[in-house]
Design a protein around this ligand. Structure first.
Ligand code: ADP
Ligand code: ADP
Ligand code: ZN
Length: 218
C-alpha cells in the first residue's frame, strides 16, 4: 500500500505518518525531513535548499523528486510507503507517477487533512521535537508526559524548526494554496482521494485514516 498524506503545514501529516509507521510497519518518506537532514549534513542539496526553506518557499521539483526516487530504491517492494509533504506541485505529481510505475508501485490513497488556517498558525508556532529521536510535541496539544523529558527516548533536549514562525508559515500556506491544493483534481479523477477533518483530536484523525486504509476504497 502506497499513500499520500496531503495538507497544509501543520495539518498533522507528520504526526499521523509516525503513527502509521508504528501501527502498520509502513515507511514514512518526508521530503521535509530529508531536506533538513541534507541541510544539517551540509550536502550540495542541503546548501541549495537552506535559504529556500527558511523563506518558506518550495525547493526545486528536480531536487525533491530525485531524493524520493533514491529513497524508494532503498526499500523492498512489499514495504508500504507514506508520502508526507510530497508531491507539492503538479510537476512533482507527474514525476511521482513515473517514479512509482518504474518501480512497479501503485498509489492507493490520497488522504487530505483539512484544517483551518488560524489553527495552523497556532499548531506550527507551538510545534517542537525531541532533538534525540525526533518525536513530535506541541506546547498546548501534546506535551511530554513528564515535563522536559521525551516520552519515547527520555531525552531532555528539544528543538524548534527555524521556519516555524508566523511570517514563514503565512508564506508556506500561500505556497500550499497556490501550488499544492491544485494537484488534488489529478487524484480525484482517479477516485482515490479521501478527506479527513484535521481539526479533530489527534486520535480521532488516526481512527478516520485507519477506516480509509481498511475500507479498501477511497
Ligand atoms: P505537518 O507534518 O502536517 O506539518 P505535524 O504533524 O508536525 O504537521 O503537526 C503540527 C503540530 O500540531 C505538532 O506540534 C503536532 O503535535 C500538533 N498536532 C498534530 N495533529 C494535531 C491535532 N489533531 N490536534 C492538535 N494538534 C495537533
Ligand atoms: P510542513 O511539515 O510544515 O508541511 P515540511 O517539513 O514538509 O513542512 O517542509 C519544510 C520545507 O521543506 C518546505 O517549506 C519547503 O521549503 C521544503 N520542502 C519539503 N518538501 C518539499 C517538496 N515536496 N517540494 C518542495 N519543497 C519542499
Ligand atoms: Zn526522544
Amino acid at each position: 500500500m502506497n499513500i499520500i498524506l496531503l495538507g497544509p503545514p501543520g495539518a498533522g501529516k507528520g504526526t499521523q505518518a509516525t503513527l502509521l509507521v508504528e501501527s502498520r510497519g509502513m515507511v514514512q518518506l518526508s521530503t521535509g525531513d530529508m531536506l533538513r537532514a541534507a541541510v544539517k549534513a551540509g550536502t550540495p542539496i542541503g546548501l541549495k535548499a537552506k535559504a529556500v526553506m527558511e523563506a518558506g518557499e518550495l525547493v526545486s521539483d528536480e531536487i525533491v523528486s530525485g531524493i524520493i526516487g533514491e529513497a524508494l530504491d532503498a526499500l523492498p517492494l512489499e514495504t508500504g510507503v507514506i508520502f508526507d509533504g510530497y508531491p507539492r506541485t503538479e510537476a512533482q505529481a507527474h514525476s511521482l507517477d513515473i517514479i512509482l510505475s518504474e518501480r512497479d508501485r501503485t498509489l492507493d490513497h490520497v488522504i487530505e487533512l483539512e484544517v483551518d488556517e488560524d489553527a495552523l498558525v497556532e499548531r506550527i508556532t507551538g510545534r517542537f521535537t525531541c532533538a534525540t529521536c525526533g518525536a513530535g510535541y506541541h506546547d498546548k496539544f501534546k506535551q511530554p508526559k513528564v515535563e522536559g523529558e521525551c516520552d519515547k527516548c527520555h531525552g531532555h533536549d528539544f528543538k524548534r524548526r527555524p521556519d516555524d514562525n508566523e511570517a514563514t508559515v503565512r508564506t508556506r500556506m500561500a505556497e500550499y494554496r497556490a501550488k499544492t491544493a491544485p494537484i488534488l483534481p489529478i487524484y480525484e479523477a482517479r477516485g482515490i482521494v479521501s478527506r479527513v477533518d484535521g481539526m479533530s483530536e489527534m486520535n480521532e484523525v488516526t481512527v478516520a485514516i485507519a477506516a480509509i486504509l481498511d475500507g479498501g476504497s477511497a
